[in-house]
Design a protein around this ligand. Structure first.
Ligand SMILES: [Zn+2]
Length: 166
């Protein structure tokens, strides 16, 4: 395996971003900036507040990928959910872009439903496909120009924008 084109596993921001605590007494999510030790509070409970806190943590830890995700979602609002899940996968170190395509396969992305499995991302004449359930069963959302995007493809696309900066 050519490690040169592999993303660091775990990435520098690694597991830190999902290190959210729920403060039961004050009913707030808390996130501690690992760099400064500063504690941020997000009053409330439930998934909306939790994801607000999670996104804030990403904006602090990895502003580049945060901005890329936000501008992608601005352009393609239907992709909001898969883009954030893609960010999570990318920062988890789940994406491996192949140094050279194998057939049509350009990248492998770790599967979260099967810890031993990975999904193959293919570039079929410019059309990006994935072999996961959401893509194959057409449950993954579409862009306005008819491109289907699952969280693995989102992670792959985010990884490409990152790689271009190196
Ligand atoms: Zn997929």
């Amino acid at each position: 395996m050519n490690r040169k084109h592999q993303f660091p596993t775990p990435s520098p921001t690694g597991d830190k971003m999902i290190d959210l605590n729920f403060d039961r007494k004050n009913k707030a999510y808390q996130w501690t900036d690992p760099t400064t030790g500063e504690i941020f509070n997000f009053p409330g409970s439930g998934p909306a507040v939790k994801s607000e806190a999670w996104r804030f943590a990403i904006s602090m830890l990895d502003p580049d990928i945060y901005q890329t995700a936000v501008s992608l979602i601005d352009r393609f609002p239907t992709l909001e959910r898969v883009v954030w899940r893609g960010v999570e996968r990318l920062l988890n170190g789940d994406v491996e872009i192949l140094a050279a395509p194998v057939g049509d396969v350009v990248a492998m992305v770790a599967s979260q439903s099967d810890v031993y499995g990975r999904h193959a991302i293919k570039n079929e004449d410019g059309y990006i496909t994935c072999d996961c359930y959401a893509f194959v069963n057409m449950e993954a959302p579409l862009t306005p120009n008819g491109r289907r995007v699952c969280s693995h493809i989102a992670a792959y696309r985010l990884a490409l924008t990152r790689e271009e900066r190196f």
